[in-house]
Ligand binder design. Sequence first.
Ligand SMILES: [Fe+2]
Length: 194
Amino acid sequence: MPGLPMLEKFVRDLRAIWATQPDNQSRMQAARPLLERLLADPELKAHSAQWPSTEGRKYLLLYVDPDYHFAITAVVRAPGRVGSVHDHADAWVLYGILDGSERLERYDRLDDGEKPGHAELRLSSITIGTQGKVDLVPPRAVHAEQGGPARSVAIIVRSQRLGEGTVLQHTYDPVEQTVVERYGPTQVPFELIR
Ligand SMILES: [Fe+2]
């Protein structure tokens, strides 16, 4: 089965950005409008209606670049899904909504991080993301993505592969004021890009 042409073009365009921009921040800023355009594609949205759910701490791994190591993944959330408060360690992430809506929360860290396992957070902003909305999440930014009233699909570009067996990220409990280190979700290969 051939891959999806709009995704394969997206990969070629990303590779050109990674080849010409000097650092991950400028790469992600340049990639943002490309992801916004990709998310507006009605054919891709229609195709995503058949993508499997990623409930149970999984995500779909669409692509890892062999030279530049950026990764393209997708999540398919059930209605009303509650997401964890977390960061992405050193990775830069572009998080874009393809279908449905999600609540994108950002948190400020209030304590100095000196006490192991302890973290005090304050919710600083809530953005409702619908099709075409892209959130640029810098390294160590504390945030959560919450499911909306309907099934939602997101496409995510990361500066490096994250998930089980890669790098440790932080997961926070804002009510209990705790923080733990753990790996991100399990990566499920999903071949849409050849
Ligand atoms: Fe995230």
